[in-house]
Design a protein around this ligand. Structure first.
Ligand SMILES: [Zn+2]
Length: 445
C-alpha cells in the first residue's frame, strides 16, 4: 500500500503502527453554516479511505471533530439572538444529514470542542510550563522559534512564511508567526483558565483530541490542502512541543474544488451547498471520485451531468442483475470468484486503490466489471458467472460508498415479472407493454 505523505512530500509504503489497526483523524467542520460542495470532498474521500481499509480487514478507528467554539458561531448566535449551542447543534445535524446523503458513514467518533475544554486547557498549560508558549495579558501564544522544523509540512522557510502570509499586527507577539492558543475575552461563550477568562484558538483542539483519544502518534491525519498552513503546521508544532512526535505518521491532503475555474468562497457569494445538489448525491460522489484526490476539481453542471448518466447506467445494470438472480431464486452472496475476467478487474481495482487511492483508475475497473456483467447478461443465463459479477461489483461499490439497493423481490413483484414473461411468450404485446410500464414504475426493469 502506497500513500503520498505531505509531510515527507513523497509516496511512501504505508505500515500502520499496530498490526490490523488504523488510527485516523480528519479535521471536521466549524459548525456555523451548511457545507458547500468543496467541503464535501474530504467527507467523501476520507470515507473511501476508511472503507478500503475496512474491506481489507483492518479495524479503523476514525475520528473527526466538530469545531463548535469559533468567532463565526458567536457572531451568528448574536445575530440570531440564540445561544452558540443552538447554532452548533443545528448545523451539526445538517452536516450529518449531508454526510449521510453523500453516502459516507456517520458512525465515527465526533468530539466537540465544548466537551474538551479541560483537556485543551491542560494541553495549553503544558506548553506554557515546558517553555513553548508564553502569556501576555491573559492571552497565550505559541512560540514558533522554539520548533526547529516549523514550516516543514507546508515546505516553507520562516522568512517565506512571514513574507507570504497576511499577519495581523499584534504587539504582544514575540514573533509575528506565533499563533494564539488562548484568547482573553468575555464576549460570547467563555471559560475560566489559569491564564484568563476566555476561549482557545482553533489550532489546539485537534492535537488535544488526538492525544486524549489515541494517546500516541496516529497513522493518518487528513484534511483539505487549504489547512496545511497554518492549521496543520501548528498542530505538528504543538504535538512536538508536548508529546515529542509529529501527531501523525502520514499527513494526507485533498485538493480544492473550484467552480468552473474560480475558487468557491462564501464571501464572494458563489457557493453551491451540498443540501441544494439537484441530482442524485451519489452521482455527485462519483463525480468527486473521478478525479484523483490530490488534484483540483473544476466543477460545472455539465461535468457533473456526465456522472448523473453514468451512475444511472451502473445502477440499472446492478439492480437488473440482482433482480434476475433473485427472481430465479439463485442468488448466492457467498460465491467464490473464479472467472478470470472478473478476477482481473478486481485486481485492477485493488491495485488502483493501493496506489495512493487512485479512485479514477478504480472507477475504470468498476466500469470494466459493468461491461463484463452486461456481456454475461446478453448470453444464455449462467448463474455462476452472474453471481460472481454481482459479488465483484458490490465489493467495489461498497468501498467507493456507491450503494445500489438490492432488496429481495416480494411475491407480488415476482408474480408481475412472471406474467410479463408469459405475455411476451404468448406474443400478447399489448398486455406485455402494460405490465412493462408497471414494472418500470416499481424500478424493476
Ligand atoms: Zn484540525
Amino acid at each position: 500500500m502506497k500513500i503520498f505523505n505531505s509531510y515527507t512530500n513523497s509516496l511512501e509504503t504505508f505500515v500502520p503502527h499496530h498490526e490490523g489497526q488504523i488510527s485516523m483523524y480528519v479535521c471536521g467542520p466549524t459548525v456555523y453554516n451548511y457545507i458547500h460542495i468543496g467541503n464535501a470532498r474530504p467527507v467523501v474521500f476520507f470515507d473511501v479511505v476508511r472503507r478500503f481499509f475496512e474491506a481489507k480487514g483492518y479495524n479503523v478507528n476514525f475520528v473527526s471533530n466538530f469545531t463548535d467554539v469559533d468567532d463565526k458561531i458567536i457572531q451568528k448566535a448574536k445575530n440570531e439572538g440564540v445561544s452558540e449551542l443552538d447554532v452548533s447543534n443545528r448545523f451539526i445535524k445538517a452536516f450529518l444529514n449531508d454526510v449521510e446523503n453523500l453516502g459516507s458513514k456517520t458512525d465515527y467518533i465526533k468530539p466537540r470542542v465544548t466537551e474538551y475544554m479541560p483537556q485543551i486547557i491542560a494541553y495549553i498549560k503544558e506548553m506554557v510550563d515546558k517553555g513553548f508558549a508564553y502569556i501576555v495579558d491573559g492571552d497565550v501564544f505559541f512560540s514558533v522559534d522554539k520548533i526547529a522544523e516549523y514550516g516543514h509540512l507546508s515546505n516553507r522557510k520562516l522568512e517565506d512564511l512571514l513574507a507570504g502570509s497576511r499577519i495581523e499586527v499584534n504587539d504582544k507577539k514575540h514573533n509575528p508567526l506565533d499563533f494564539v492558543l488562548w484568547k482573553k475575552t468575555t464576549e460570547g461563550v467563555h471559560w475560566d483558565s489559569p491564564f484568563s477568562i476566555g476561549r482557545p484558538g482553533w489550532h489546539t483542539e485537534c492535537v488535544t483530541m488526538i492525544d486524549d483519544i489515541f494517546g500516541e502518534e496516529i497513522d493518518i491525519h487528513g484534511g483539505g490542502i487549504d489547512i496545511i498552513f497554518p492549521h496543520h503546521e501548528n498542530e505538528i508544532a504543538q504535538s512536538l512541543a508536548c508529546k515529542g512526535h509529529r501527531c501523525a505518521n502520514i499527513w494526507m491532503h485533498n485538493g480544492r474544488l473550484n467552480l468552473e475555474g474560480e475558487k468557491m468562497s462564501k464571501s464572494e457569494g458563489n457557493v453551491v451547498w451540498v443540501k441544494d445538489i439537484s441530482v442524485d448525491p451519489l452521482a455527485f460522489r462519483m463525480f468527486l471520485l473521478s478525479t484523483h484526490y490530490r488534484s483540483p476539481i473544476a466543477y460545472s453542471q455539465e461535468s457533473l451531468g456526465n456522472y448523473v448518466n453514468e451512475w444511472q447506467r451502473i445502477k440499472k445494470t446492478v439492480s437488473g442483475l440482482f433482480i434476475a438472480l433473485d427472481y430465479n431464486s439463485v442468488y448466492q452472496a457467498k460465491i467464490e470468484i473464479g472467472d478470470l475476467d472478473i478476477v482481473a478487474s478486481i485486481q485492477a481495482f485493488d491495485e488502483a486503490m493501493e496506489t495512493d487511492f487512485n479512485t479514477p483508475n478504480a472507477l475504470t475497473a468498476l466500469n470494466q466489471t459493468i461491461k463484463i456483467i452486461n456481456n454475461i447478461m446478453r448470453q444464455k443465463p449462467n448463474y455462476q458467472r452472474m453471481n460472481q459479477g454481482l459479488k465483484a461489483v458490490n465489493y467495489m461499490l461498497d468501498i467507493l460508498g456507491l450503494s445500489v439497493a438490492q432488496l429481495p423481490l416480494s411475491e407480488e413483484d415476482k408474480n408481475l415479472i412472471h406474467r410479463w414473461e408469459a405475455a411476451r411468450k404468448a406474443k400478447d404485446f399489448f398486455l406485455a407493454d402494460a405490465i412493462r410500464s408497471e414494472l418500470a414504475k416499481k424500478n424493476l426493469i
